[in-house]
Design a protein around this ligand. Sequence first.
Ligand code: SF4
Length: 66
Amino acid sequence: MSKYKIEHDIDACIGCGACISMCPDNWEMSNEGKAIPKKAELDEIGCNEEAKDSCPVDCIKIEETS
Ligand code: SF4
């Protein structure tokens, strides 16, 4: 089981790209102009914490699952 789960409220996302510039390893822009995580379940949180902190509308949550 993964240790972290990323929850991204795509309806709230304004597509500013801040999370992608902070964490290009795991965030990319969708065709609809919204950010999406490449992987939502992770063992290492890595730069996703910075991605979460950079979001101006606070639509990224990180849940510890173990
Ligand atoms: S920082 Fe937040 S609002 Fe901006 S693209 Fe990423 S998830 Fe969307």
